[in-house]
Design a protein around this ligand. Structure first.
Ligand SMILES: [Zn+2]
Length: 512
């Protein structure tokens, strides 16, 4: 492929005309609306037969950078770093600067921007229909469109399979929290079934069993369900032709060509990747689920009709909300491995892989932390004992900040105005707020995840410090996130775009 040259000439011929730019400004002026309109007229160079759409929930750019340092070192390359096309994606919702996952995934799946907590409706639909004017039109999701065209479709998440991100692929509801109702929209025999799904979503793998089990029933791992209508959707899905599995053994036994699959591996969200080995029933990894989903969707026939697969790393977000960078980065690493496995498995001449996030988090990489000792281009005079060496797990990303005293050549702790060290990673708000005077993070007795007092900032239980004591969880952040892509149509991923651009890019790649 010839190298792309970005000149004024190519800019002018790229379909981003002055007219289009004016139209965009006008649309924004009229109340921030962004309805079903592609802001990029270019057609893909080639058509894709399959599309795999990965979402790192809450995977802001700082998360990607920190996960890179943690996994492969500051100069290393994650799988996402190696995807050739990237863009910046604006995540605002119709009613908020900083969004939640419901409007953003709706935007990415339907091309229509909407309001906080709303799934699969446009901006005329308020959360809970609080003004009682009824819900509006339901835009089609890319998954529904794919199903209608005879493709197989799959949804994979480490979060509850009825959680906002996966739900926005197959359901329409004015309140994301009504997860018991969302589950029914995927059940082909239910009165409220989403008929656009034809015979049903072919592969559903994730957590959230409680929304399929009544409150009166104990599930396979000894937990009560959350359904107040007494219905056991595990058996109802089986009655509708689904194979149902709940643990790693059942998952491993799944083979293509025997009908649709429902896999629910945890009562609530699946375990964080770090905690997965301790799970009672055993859970597949995100990579395991991605590989399995591709196998199932391709089917056993020699010629497949194409598939659309959505894979969500749902718990990067949850770890950040808990103020625990360790699990956010290890879950991001698990996502990167899943993307790598998919990229190796498919033919990238006929399969578009696109990766993005629904929103960012108030998570930062602070100070001027030095690279590990062996990576330095000069010899230092001496260094503090805790300073990272290249082999050290995390490459220093979980340490306090060590900086060079340029007068003496000594690597020493960076300190705040009271002489107290601080960590590289931190949050603008959340559960990690300490209160009172700061203490050395390495001696800090502040209880971490699960009430455990961690042995320093590199401990998996450590909660990074937060500046603002929010009442509950740490919050999302409003800056743009990245889109990464490879395969047919990936060349449309460039520039700074609204997240709806992802929908149009996938749609055009498939020729819909
Ligand atoms: Zn979140």
């Amino acid at each position: 492929m010839p190298k792309r040259v970005f000149s004024i000439k190519s800019w002018k011929t790229a379909g981003v005309t002055a007219l289009a730019i004016t139209a965009v400004s006008a649309a924004l002026g009229a109340g921030g609306g962004w309805s079903e309109r592609d802001d990029d007229e270019r057609e893909p160079r080639r058509r894709a037969k399959n599309v795999i759409f990965f979402v790192g929930d809450g995977m802001g750019v700082s998360t990607v950078t920190a996960a890179r340092v943690y996994s492969v070192g500051v100069g290393g390359q994650l799988v996402v770093d190696q995807l050739p096309y990237t863009a910046l994606s604006k995540t605002f919702s119709a009613d908020s600067i900083t969004p939640d996952s419901a409007p953003t995934m709706t935007a990415m799946m339907t091309g229509v921007n909407t309001n906080q907590s709303v799934i699969g409706f446009g901006e005329g639909t308020e959360p809970n229909d609080f003004n009682r004017d009824g819900d509006g039109e339901k835009p089609w999701t890319l998954l529904e469109m794919a199903k209608q065209r005879g493709m197989r479709v799959g949804v994979v998440s480490t979060a509850e399979i009825t959680h906002a991100t996966p739900a926005a692929t197959y359901s329409h509801i004015n309140q994301r929290n009504n997860q018991n109702d969302i589950a029914l929209q995927a059940l082909p025999t239910a009165e409220t079934y989403n008929e656009r799904l034809g015979k049903g979503v072919d592969v559903l793998l994730g957590g959230g069993r409680r929304h399929f089990v009544p409150t009166t029933v104990t599930d396979e791992e000894g937990d009560r369900g959350s359904r107040t209508d007494g219905r056991d959707l595990r058996s109802e899905f089986q009655g509708a032709g689904y194979r149902y599995v709940w643990n790693k053994a059942g998952f491993d036994a799944l083979t293509p060509g025997q009908g649709p699959v429902l896999g629910l591996f945890e009562r609530s969200h699946m375990e964080f990747d770090y905690d997965r080995p301790r799970d009672l029933g055993g859970e597949p990894s995100l990579k395991d689920m991605t590989i399995k989903a591709i196998e199932l969707l391709k089917g056993s026939k020699r010629r497949s009709d194409g598939y659309f697969l959505q894979v969500e790393a749902g718990r990067i977000d949850h770890a950040h909300h808990a103020g625990n960078a360790y699990r956010a980065l290890t879950d991001m690493q698990a996502l990167d491995e899943a993307i790598g496995a998919a990229a190796q498995m498919v033919d990238l001449r006929d399969t578009l892989i696109i990766v993005s996030a629904d929103h960012s988090h108030v998570f930062t990489i602070a100070g001027y932390p030095m690279r590990p000792l062996e990576e330095l281009p000069y010899a230092v005079t001496s260094y503090s004992p805790g300073y990272a060496t290249a082999g050290q797990a995390g490459h220093g990303i979980f340490d306090v900040v060590y900086d060079l005293n340029q007068a003496t050549g000594v690597v020493e702790e960076s300190t705040d105005r009271n002489g107290v060290p601080y960590t590289v990673l931190g949050y603008q708000n959340g559960p990690g707020y300490r209160g009172g005077a700061r203490v050395d993070p390495r001696l800090d007795g502040f209880a971490g995840l699960g009430g455990v007092v961690p042995g320093g900032p590199a401990d998996p239980a450590y909660l990074q410090e937060a500046a603002v004591p929010t009442v509950g969880a740490e919050t999302h952040a409003g800056e743009d996130v990245a889109i990464y892509a490879i395969g047919p149509g990936a060349e449309r991923v460039r520039g700074t775009v609204k997240n709806t651009h992802i929908f149009f890019t996938m749609k055009k790649a498939l020729g819909f």
